[in-house]
Design a protein around this ligand. Structure first.
Ligand code: HEC
Length: 102
């Protein structure tokens, strides 16, 4: 785990204006194909309680990105950064709703 580069990536993405082109629709597809199944098995239902439970792990955008990376790395998916950021964008829009720095 290398927190500093991850934070830099996220900051660049958030502050970089036009460079932030995360595609939540693509993120949703990736998430449904790859991520939901295991979370569903863990929690029952559609798995989304993992993101909305009161004792959830993730409390800000940087943590959301690191958690997405952590699950992605565990699965050895070798996603591109764009894929990660698309999923982060989708999860944030849909569930976490952390404010983005403008
Ligand atoms: C093989 C099972 C598995 C798969 C597949 C999986 N995860 Fe997870 N995920 C977990 C587990 C286990 C946790 C809970 C970790 C904990 O609570 O300590 C978790 C937690 C999370 C959380 C944090 C939820 C919170 O508490 O706020 C996020 C975000 C997340 N996963 C994203 C993803 C994404 C994105 C993918 C697809 C790339 C994915 N996961 C695929 C097992 C999985």
């Amino acid at each position: 785990m290398k927190p500093i580069p991850i934070l830099l990536t996220l900051t660049t993405a958030l502050v970089g204006g036009p460079a932030w082109a995360a595609d939540a629709a693509h993120g949703k597809q990736l998430h449904e194909k790859t991520c939901v199944g295991c979370h569903r098995n863990m929690t029952g239902g559609d798995g989304s309680v993992l993101y909305t439970r009161s004792q959830r792990r993730v409390h800000n955008l940087a943590q959301l990105e690191s958690q997405v990376r952590r699950c992605e790395t565990n699965l050895n998916l070798k996603w591109f950064d764009d894929d990660i950021l698309d999923v982060v964008e989708y999860l944030n829009q849909q569930y976490y709703k952390f404010p983005k720095k403008k």
